[in-house]
Design a protein. Structure first.
Length: 384
C-alpha cells in the first residue's frame, strides 16, 4: 500500500473565518480578481475587507456553471487589469472558474491546450497565480480539489482542467457563508458532498487518509444534511455540512470517485442541470447496481465490506446491511425533494450517448467494478 496526499496549502475553517480574507489576500498582492456567482451583492463584504487591507479589486461574476469561454474571458480581464491574485467567493461554479483562471493567468497558451478529452491534454508548465477559495455552499469541496470542471457547449461535454499546481493557496471555509443557501441548493449540494464521501470510500484505490476523511464526513453528513435543509440557520448542522464538503473534496482529489460522477460529467454537458442535482438523482441507483454487480461477479471484493461500513455510518445502526444503506440514501433523497433527471429534459433516447460519453471519464474508471452496458442503462433509466 502506498499513496500521495495533497491539498490546499492552508485550510482555515470556522465561523467568521471569512473575515480574514483581506489580510490573507494582502500576503499575495495588491490587486485581486474577485470571482463570484451571479449575485454580486453577496461579495460586498469581501470587497470591503480587501480595500481595508489595501488590496484593490475587479469583480468577475459567473452566472451558472463555468465554460471554457468563462475562463478565457476571466484570464483576459485579470491580465488587462493587472490582477496578481484570484479570490473566489461562491458555490462550486465560482470556485472552479477562479481556480482555472488562476491557472491560465500564470501559464501560456489557451485553456483548450490543457484540457483532457476534447483538448490538447498538455500539462500545466508552472504554478497557478495565488488563489483563495471561499465556498458559500456545502458542496463540491472545490476549495481543496486540483481540477476545474468546465463546459464545452460546442462538444456538449464537461471536461476537467487538472493539475496539482491548481491546489488553492488558501481554502477559507466559513460555515456561516452557507446559512443563506436556500433549501433546494442545500439539498442538491449536500447530496453531492455525500456522494463525494461515499464514492471515494468504495472506489478502486482508496487509501487510509481518504478513508479517515470519508468516515468522519459521512457521519457528519448523515446526522446533519436533513437538519440543514429544514433549518438553514442551524449552526451545528451547517458546520457539519461544511466539513463534510471539505472532507469530500480532499477525498476525491486523492482517491477517486465512481459511476455517479462518471455519468454526471456526461449529463451535465448535455443538459442544463446543476451538478449536485444530477448526483443526487443517480446516487441510490448506482449504489444498488454496484452492490448487485459486486455480489454477482466479485463477491470477495473489499468494496462490499465498505458499503456495509458506510451503511452503518449513515443509518447509525451497528448491524445495518449494505442494502439498508441504499434504502437510507433513497429515503433521504425523497425527503429532500430531489427531482428525477427527466425534469431537466433527459429522456430514454439520451441514455446511449450518456453511456458513451461517461465511458471516457476518469471517475467511471474509479468505480469499484466495471459495470456492463446493460447495468448502466438500467441505472440511467431508473434515474429518469
Ligand atoms: Zn460532485
Amino acid at each position: 500500500m502506498g499513496f500521495e496526499f495533497a491539498t490546499a496549502r492552508r485550510v482555515l475553517f470556522g465561523p467568521r473565518v471569512s473575515l480574514r480574507a483581506g489580510g490573507l489576500a494582502r500576503e499575495f498582492g495588491r490587486r485581486a480578481l474577485v470571482v463570484t456567482g451571479g449575485d454580486t451583492a453577496r461579495a460586498q463584504f469581501l470587497l470591503g475587507l480587501l480595500s481595508e487591507n489595501e488590496v484593490s479589486s475587479v469583480g468577475y461574476p459567473v452566472a451558472g456553471e463555468p465554460s471554457i469561454d468563462t475562463v478565457r474571458q476571466g484570464a483576459a480581464l485579470a491580465r488587462r487589469e493587472d490582477c496578481r491574485l484570484i479570490v473566489s467567493l461562491g458555490g462550486g461554479s465560482a470556485l472552479d472558474a477562479g481556480k482555472a483562471i488562476a491557472a491560465m493567468l500564470a501559464n501560456p497558451g489557451d485553456v483548450l491546450d490543457y484540457l483532457e478529452v476534447i483538448g490538447g491534454g498538455k500539462t500545466l508548465a508552472g504554478p497557478s497565480a495565488p488563489f483563495i477559495a471561499m465556498p458559500t455552499t456545502a458542496g463540491t469541496g472545490s476549495e481543496v480539489t486540483r481540477n476545474s470542471v468546465l463546459a464545452s457547449p460546442e462538444h456538449r461535454q464537461k471536461v476537467s482542467l487538472r493539475s496539482p499546481f491548481m491546489l488553492a493557496g488558501v481554502a477559507l471555509v466559513d460555515p456561516e457563508l452557507t446559512w443563506s443557501a436556500p433549501p433546494a441548493i442545500t439539498a442538491s449540494t449536500g447530496l453531492d458532498a455525500l456522494t463525494q464521501l461515499i464514492e471515494p470510500y468504495v472506489c478502486r484505490q482508496p487509501n487510509p487518509m481518504t478513508d479517515a476523511l470519508c468516515v468522519e464526513g459521512m457521519r457528519r453528513a448523515a446526522r446533519s444534511l436533513r437538519v440543514a435543509f429544514e433549518e438553514g440557520r442551524n449552526a451545528g448542522a451547517r458546520e457539519d455540512m461544511a466539513l463534510a464538503s471539505l472532507f469530500g473534496g480532499m477525498a476525491l482529489a486523492n482517491a477517486g470517485l465512481g459511476a455517479v460522477h462518471g455519468f454526471a460529467g456526461a449529463i451535465g454537458g448535455m443538459f442544463h442541470a446543476p451538478h449536485g442535482a444530477i448526483c443526487a438523482a443517480l446516487l441510490p441507483h448506482v449504489m444498488e447496481a454496484n452492490l448487485r454487480a459486486l455480489r454477482q461477479r466479485e463477491p470477495r471484493h473489499d468494496a462490499l465490506r465498505r458499503y456495509e461500513e458506510a451503511a452503518r455510518l449513515l443509518t447509525g445502526k451497528a448491524a445495518a446491511s449494505a442494502d439498508e444503506g441504499v434504502a437510507w440514501v433513497r429515503h433521504l433523497a425523497r425527503g429532500l425533494s430531489i427531482p428525477p433527471l427527466g425534469v431537466f429534459g433527459m429522456i430514454r433516447r439520451d441514455v446511449p450517448e450518456v453511456i458513451k460519453k461517461g465511458a471516457t471519464a476518469g471517475s467511471m474508471k474509479a468505480n469499484p467494478i466495471a459495470l456492463t452496458a446493460e447495468e448502466q442503462r438500467e441505472i440511467l433509466e431508473r434515474a429518469l
